[in-house]
Design a binder for this molecule. Structure first.
Ligand SMILES: NC(=O)c1ccc[n+]([C@@H]2O[C@H](COP(=O)([O-])OP(=O)(O)OC[C@H]3O[C@@H](n4cnc5c(N)ncnc54)[C@H](OP(=O)(O)O)[C@@H]3O)[C@@H](O)[C@H]2O)c1
Length: 461
């Protein structure tokens, strides 16, 4: 069983408390790690106990004995990302703890902070040698999303990393890839013979990817106003869902092969059209510029410039403060030739992969209406992953941390993928013009109907 030293850089932040510490707790509880030490670092003067206490609020059904183990092995160091002396001091602390807890020296550095700090942290970790791999001792670096704020900044971070670390030490998080269903799109496609032969432009009419949020900014105004919907969710989660849906079959369903195929798709995406929106009252939100033109809603039409997806539009829709929370992929198949006069024009089959809520997937086929000779009705074949009792879906961060420990990079984004994703955003932003207002709790701006009309599109709700 793995024996690990976790180092969370930015441990006082929201992310560490809500996600990373609870994920480490679960790994201990489920016996996925044996011996461990956890060192948290940030600027503030604090005790690790205080940080853990706040994190505990985000863990369900805490078991006292497991919690005690976590508390007994957790330490805090006051730390400035920009001060090399602090890294040297951290190195010393790590050596002492590894000796105290009889750990082999495998180190997992989690950069739980803003991308503005990534270059300095990468460089200082390398300069001071505390993330150096020696013999069998590995050191892995986890970079939280967002990875940069545009193509040049992401490139700069990538280059900084490549100068001092190997790509196989680097884990760029897109926590949506840790969601059970997203991680399994490839499994669904490539382990079901009935699907893959249909997975192309001769059978698929269009693809919709929905990422609708009911929530607003939730105190993240400062961050969100600099990013907006395109950079916050399209650049990462939505393009990764698209890449998994559209990629060619990889040689194997593992890290390098999957990432090779995703990268090929991301490279050939072309932006066709877009419509942006902002909810009313956004400019009055806390920490938001009173003249802000940041989009909180986006509908985008993309195409994939390869043989498999010729003339198949991919529609993306996302927004904050909408009427519902829903993350899913809808694959719309082409309609069959009309054979039954009573049901013409015939409807089409849909495969829906639901990420949130009701994680699972469904396939809509057609069946005869009982008792009526020519009438057909849709019959939904549904698989609800969450409905199966005793099958707890682990939290995304749990899955991802476990994979870092195993050294499996399949669910992490490679440097080239990140840059292609930013290139798509660059294409979109070149087309950015008007921002339409929409009401909180609505389905988006009213002008969305023009976009739908133009593209003969009906969002599947
Ligand atoms: N929160 C979430 O659920 C979530 C989910 C997905 C992604 N993310 C992303 O994850 C990143 C971190 O998010 P967050 O919400 O945790 O941010 P945050 O609450 O602002 O925390 C940032 C952390 O960095 C530390 N820090 C900042 N400057 C430092 C410096 N010079 N030296 C040492 N420590 C420094 C802060 O510590 P002190 O202030 O104590 O110095 C704090 O611990 C962001 O990019 C965010 O977008 C967050």
């Amino acid at each position: 069983m793995p024996e690990i030293t976790f180092i969370i850089l930015g441990v006082t932040g929201d992310l560490a408390k809500r996600k990373i510490i609870p994920a480490i707790y679960k790994l201990i509880e489920e016996n996925k790690i044996e011996k461990f030490a956890l060192v948290g670092a940030a600027r503030r003067e604090l005790e690790m106990k205080e940080i853990l206490k706040e994190a505990r609020e985000f863990i369900k059904d805490v078991k006292e004995n497991i919690w005690q183990r976590l508390e007994n092995n957790a330490y805090y160091q006051q730390f400035d990302f920009y001060d090399c002396q602090h890294y040297r001091k951290l190195g010393k602390i790590l050596r002492n703890l590894e000796s105290k807890h009889q750990l082999p020296g495998h180190r997992l550095f989690y950069l739980a902070t803003l991308p503005d700090h990534f270059n300095a942290i990468t460089l200082n970790l390398a300069k001071t040698g505390i993330a150096k791999e020696q013999g069998k001792k590995w050191s892995r670096l986890v970079y939280e999303k967002p990875f940069g704020h545009d193509l040049p900044s992401a490139r700069k971070i990538n280059r900084g990393i490549a100068r001092v670390f190997n790509e196989n030490q680097v884990y760029r998080i897109d926590h949506y890839l840790g969601k059970e269903l997203v991680g399994n799109i490839a499994i669904l496609r490539f382990t079901n013979r009935v699907l893959e032969p249909l997975w192309d432009s001769s059978n698929i009419q269009s693809v919709q990817i929905h990422f609708r949020e009911k929530i607003g900014l939730e105190g993240r105004g400062n961050f969100y106003d600099k990013y907006g919907a395109l950079k916050d969710v399209v650049q990462n989660h939505m393009l990764q869902m698209l890449a998994l849906t559209a990629m060619e079959a990889p040689q194997k369903l593992t890290g390098k092969f999957i990432r090779d195929e995703k990268a090929k798709v991301l490279k050939v995406i072309k932006v066709k059209d877009l419509l942006l929106g902002q909810y009313s009252g956004y400019q009055k939100e806390k920490d938001v510029d009173s003249n802000s033109s940041t989009e909180t809603f986006a509908a985008v039409k993309l195409s994939i410039n390869n043989k498999r997806w010729k003339n198949v539009p991919f529609y993306l829709i996302t927004g904050k403060n909408l009427d519902k929370k829903e993350v899913k992929i809808d694959i719309k198949f082409k309609s069959v030739h009309c054979l039954l006069s009573a049901s013409c024009p015939s409807d089409t089959n849909y495969l829906t992969i639901r990420v949130q809520p009701d994680e699972g997937f469904s396939l809509e086929l057609f069946a005869k209406v009982p008792g009526k000779a020519n009438a057909v009705m849709p019959a939904k074949m549904n698989y609800c992953h969450e409905c199966i009792r005793d099958l707890r879906s682990p939290e995304a961060y749990e899955i991802l941390l476990e994979d870092v420990i195993k050294g499996d990079q399949s669910l992490f984004v490679r440097s080239d993928e990140i840059e292609y994703q930013w290139k798509v955003i660059k294409q979109i932003l070149r087309k950015k013009n008007q921002i339409y207002e929409y009401n909180i709790g609505s389905a988006g701006p009213q002008e969305l109907s023009l976009f739908e009309k133009k593209h003969h599109l009906r969002w599947r709700l």
